[in-house]
Write a protein that binds this ligand. Structure first.
Ligand SMILES: [Zn+2]
Length: 80
């Protein structure tokens, strides 16, 4: 599968990430641009803003451990 490109940075391919959600393991892709942090999974693009998963049309609270996992992924991937 070809990685999707960030919908803010269309010339860039996103890099793979995974974290464990209460519903199971989530795998997807993340934009490597510092300060962007756009994520993409099988449901589409989303952001993590102030501990919430924000998708177009919906916002879902996430637990602190999950938030930490996602932030760690963002930090590690965004340093390219
Ligand atoms: Zn981006």
């Amino acid at each position: 599968m070809t990685p999707p490109s960030c919908n803010r940075h269309k010339n860039l391919q996103m890099v793979p990430f995974s974290f464990v959600d209460p519903t199971g393991k989530v795998t997807g892709h993340i934009c490597p641009v510092p300060g962007c942090g756009r994520l993409h999974d099988k449901q589409g693009y989303f952001d993590v803003v102030e501990g919430k998963i924000v998708r177009p049309g919906s916002t879902k609270e996430i637990s602190s451990p999950l938030k930490e996992q996602i932030l760690n992924v963002i930090r590690s991937k965004a340093q390219i």
